[in-house]
Design a protein around this ligand. Structure first.
Ligand code: ADP
Ligand code: MG
Length: 194
């Protein structure tokens, strides 16, 4: 589903990502770990198409992607429901987004402005949107940030479930999380996969 070859990403300071080879297959559940500044978010941004490679190439064999970014940012003056309505086109996926919110116990926040949500609620809103959009490929940058232990448990169960039904997941985290059905673990050190 995702093929990376001889990929180089540079900024003004030099090379920040240098990946010779990475293959991610359909239904893989990939976990990318590494220290802050290692290049984890940059890799997800490249997969999502927000950053163009300076050298090499990346081929993503699907366009049905959902992305929950590290800062879980959205438009402050739209409500949770309005985000779902704007960002998701298919009716059944909208219903699915609302189901996910209710599994996290925040279905009563649907009419709340995004700026009035707590950090954890913003994270859940971002995850619900991404999960509903990314039926084929789900990109999650630090999805466990801002969540308490119960919500982490719920997220683990949701991710295992959707992966078992065929969604490919590429996730970064610096948390050690139990019970995730990860198929491939990678570490990034100074922009290189090890
Ligand atoms: N928008 C940006 N412009 C230029 N450099 C960036 C930008 N975002 C991140 N970087 C740099 O890219 C490197 C990798 O950052 P990042 O991918 O965010 O790491 P991680 O997610 O592993 O903490 C860091 O050195 C960081 O300073
Ligand atoms: Mg990051």
């Amino acid at each position: 589903m995702i093929e990376v070859r001889d990929l180089i990403i540079e900024n003004n300071d030099g090379i920040i990502l240098d990946i010779q080879k990475l293959n991610i297959d359909k239904q893989d559940f990939v976990c990318i770990m590494g220290k802050s500044g290692a290049g984890k978010s940059t890799l997800l941004n490249v997969i999502f198409g927000l950053i163009e490679p300076n050298k090499g190439y990346i081929n993503v064999g699907c366009c049905d992607m959902g992305y929950s970014t590290q800062d879980a940012s959205f438009v402050p003056y739209l409500s949770v429901l309005e985000h779902i309505l704007v960002s998701i086109k298919e009716e059944r996926r909208k219903i699915y987004a609302q189901k996910i919110l209710s599994r996290f116990g925040i279905e009563n926040k649907l009419s709340e402005y995004y700026s009035n949500l707590s950090g954890g609620q913003k994270r859940i809103c971002s995850l619900a949107n991404a999960i509903a959009r990314g039926e084929k490929l789900l990109l999650l940058d630090e999805p466990f940030n801002d969540l308490d232990n119960l919500k982490i448990k719920e997220l683990v169960s949701i991710l295992n479930e959707i992966n078992s039904k065929g969604t490919t997941i590429v996730m970064t985290t610096h948390h050690i999380i139990d019970n995730l059905n990860i198929t491939n673990n990678y570490n990034i050190v100074n922009g290189k996969l090890v």
